[in-house]
Write a protein that binds this ligand. Structure first.
Ligand code: GTP
Ligand code: MG
Length: 193
């Protein structure tokens, strides 16, 4: 898998109209600060094309990154960001839901979960929503570099159990630091292009 070029092509705010893309889209969902933008940078082989921050709530628009003039990586705003006004949170929820619901070229929704934490009620809700919409959920357990080898199996098991995942569903540990897990994600994208 080779990244020839990547650019931020479309930015959608609350009031923007969603694009009507014809090439495949792959979306990345998860709570604020879980590492969505970092993962997208890793996949694009770019350090900071997608803006990241140690402060949650960095990505506040739906950002469409066009890769190899062939497909889109879609960076979604994180949920569960407490500092946002309630009305705003609802509008955002609706916009994300609207996007996931209406895109006709969305191939996969990757749901990111911090490998160190038990999935929250919001994570479970998002997971069930993905399933309900007929997508095959793919869980990315982020920040895998924060645990040592002996801690990983237990952490993965906790995520699987909390989400009630069938054994044949994919859970991929990923690290933005070591890029562990990147090839597996490329393979999934490649299969669906
Ligand atoms: P929002 O845009 O606020 O929803 O957050 P996000 O999910 O896009 O998270 P972002 O990629 O901005 O990362 C949040 C913080 O976690 C940053 O400080 C990143 O450097 C850090 N981070 C992301 N992925 C990893 C990882 O795999 N390992 C480690 N150690 N840190 C990570
Ligand atoms: Mg972000």
């Amino acid at each position: 898998f080779k990244i020839k070029n990547a650019e931020l092509e479309i930015v959608c705010g609350i009031t923007s109209k969603l694009p009507n893309n014809t090439q495949p889209e792959f979306a990345f969902a998860g709570k604020s600060n879980v590492g969505k933008s970092s993962l997208i940078n890793g996949l694009m082989n770019r350090k900071n094309l997608a803006r990241t921050s140690s402060e949650p709530g960095k990505t506040q628009t739906i950002n469409f990154y066009h890769v190899n003039s062939e497909f889109y990586l879609v960076d979604l705003p994180g949920y569960g960001y407490a500092k946002r006004a309630k009305g705003e949170v609802e509008k955002w929820g609706k916009m994300i839901e609207n996007y996931l619901h209406t895109s006709r070229v969305l191939k996969n929704v990757f749901l990111l979960i911090d490998i160190r934490h038990e999935p929250s009620a919001n994570d479970i809700q998002m997971y069930e929503w993905i399933v309900h919409q007929g997508f095959e959920p793919i869980i990315i357990a982020t920040k895998a570099d924060k645990l040592n080898k002996s801690q990983l199996p237990k952490a993965i098991k906790l995520i699987r159990q909390t989400l009630n995942m069938p054994a044949d569903e994919l859970l991929i540990p990923y690290s933005a630091v070591t890029k562990k897990g990147r090839e597996e994600i490329y393979d999934i994208i490649n299969e669906r292009l």
